[in-house]
Design a protein around this ligand. Structure first.
Ligand SMILES: [Zn+2]
Length: 291
């Protein structure tokens, strides 16, 4: 079973979204069984300020629970929905409760670069709700995607506070933490309730001229946290890459190859775990998994 653990349905520059049908067609071609569709709540920081004329991000990035639910209800066996919260919102834990109970969502995603540290006390109720419902929280780490936001919030060191204060919380840390790779490694190594999502590491390697970054990171992660706590994700159409249409399969393949398949120090069985087996366990899809 192949599971893409990191898919945004919004696109970066033109605001046009791929339909649920288009995403499923691309998944079919690339043999992807399930995609995790991530909500996106960055509060006010999720909209481009009117006075910013040029930006790598031209439109709003917020994506509501209702939109995610619409996609998931069309293909309940192919999509898993995650909500997203921001501590500036009134009682964010209530949003999580509704997303889980009414929309059947299976996790939450946080975007600290929109203006908060993950250990913000206003999120304690959210983390408690995740524990009660046994759903994971995914937290972006490292580089920022939006020009007008602050990268300082993405330092993975602040996740240590959360992992320690909420030892029963399942935390998936995204993207390997670059440039705070040491902090990232230390936090995942010392907290058994953390997992690693490899998405975007291939782009960081290219963008920041760090050849070998993916390989070094993978080797260290396997040694420090073990195969079972690593998952693969593609980012979906968010990067404006030709994910769908005739290049879709190529892109999915490239992402899987660079991040997982090209590394001969990982056994076939372990590659399958990273590409889906581990995600199925986090999402509690174990009954249907064939390892
Ligand atoms: Zn992402």
């Amino acid at each position: 079973m192949t599971i893409d653990f990191h898919v945004h349905i919004e696109t970066k520059s033109n605001g046009i979204k791929y339909s649920a049908e288009e995403i499923v067609a691309a998944m079919d071609q690339a043999d992807i069984d399930i995609s995790v569709l991530l909500g996106n709540d960055q509060a006010d920081a999720g909209t481009k300020p009117a006075w910013v004329s040029s930006s790598i991000m031209a439109v709003a990035v917020n994506c509501s629970d209702e939109e995610i639910y619409e996609y998931c209800s069309k293909y309940p066996n192919r999509f898993v929905g995650f909500t997203s919260v921001h501590p500036d919102r009134y009682k964010p834990e209530l949003k999580v409760e509704r997303a889980i109970k009414e929309y059947g969502m299976k996790g939450i995603k946080l975007y600290p670069h929109s203006g908060f540290y993950p250990n913000d006390y206003r999120l304690y109720g959210v983390y408690q709700k995740c524990i009660e419902s046994d759903v994971p929280v995914m937290i972006h780490t490292g580089i920022k995607a939006v020009q007008w936001q602050s990268i300082k919030y993405n330092n993975p060191i602040f996740i240590d506070d959360v992992a320690v204060r909420f030892p029963e919380l399942k935390i998936v840390m995204c993207h390997g933490g670059y440039p705070w790779v040491e902090e990232f490694m230390t936090v995942v190594h010392t907290n058994p309730n953390t997992w690693v999502d490899l998405s975007f590491l291939d782009y960081i390697e290219k963008m920041y001229c760090k050849p070998g970054l993916v390989e070094t990171t993978l080797k260290r992660l396997i040694k420090l946290v073990g195969i079972e706590r690593i998952v693969w994700g593609s980012e979906g159409p968010f990067l404006d890459l030709p994910l769908f249409g005739k290049h879709g399969v190529e892109y999915y393949k490239k992402s899987q190859d660079i991040l997982v398949n090209n590394h001969d120090f990982i056994s076939e069985n372990d590659k399958n775990k990273i590409l889906g087996g581990n995600a199925a366990k986090i999402l509690k899809l174990n009954d249907s998994i064939q390892e």
